[in-house]
Write a protein that binds this ligand. Sequence first.
Ligand SMILES: O=P(O)(O)OC[C@H]1O[C@H](OP(=O)(O)OP(=O)(O)O)[C@H](O)[C@@H]1O
Ligand SMILES: Nc1nc2[nH]cnc2c(=O)[nH]1
Length: 179
Amino acid sequence: MKSTIQVHDKHFEVFIEQSVLEKRITALASSINQDYAGKQPLFLAILNGSFMFAAELMKSITVSCEITFLRVSSYQATESTGKVHQILGLSESIENRDIIIIEDIIDTGLTMIEIKKQLLAQNPSSLSVATLFQKPEALKQPIEIEYIGFEIENKFVLGYGLDYDGLGRNLADLYVLSE
Ligand SMILES: O=P(O)(O)OC[C@H]1O[C@H](OP(=O)(O)OP(=O)(O)O)[C@H](O)[C@@H]1O
Ligand SMILES: Nc1nc2[nH]cnc2c(=O)[nH]1
């Protein structure tokens, strides 16, 4: 039997180990370095969940770049509320900039659709998305995602920045809810 950890009332087991996550993130960074050669992208990391992915990704980005952090929260406990709040914390202009959004996970896709809509209204030169995890089966509307770390099954995951009611963001591996 796999060893499990308990967070609040639920049990989770290791799903993707840290070394596997980091190797894939390095590969994503290489693709971004190639695609943005000669440009100076502005990364927008969506808080809270993306902090660990963003930090790891940035260590392998070699093109000249900037990063800033935005807040938008729609998730409570293990289910989407379907409500997406406004983007907070974007003080710099993104007009005529090459923007790369950094997310930890795209689940229903509703958050990213709303973020993209709000950012596109500010006329960036280009807008692309890098997400560490995506759940293809959970997507409610088609959405273009340029950089995907892992396509995962439609189960609640925890760790590597992702929380369950505030806890578990510090876990270095990705965990999945035990059956
Ligand atoms: O594709 P969706 O179904 O819209 O879900 C994805 C969103 O859920 C998570 O954020 P959350 O609202 O949990 O905030 P957090 O990053 O602060 O934990 C994640 O970081 C995405 O922003
Ligand atoms: N922790 C966590 N947050 C999410 N937000 C959207 N999907 C998920 C998920 O599977 N786990």
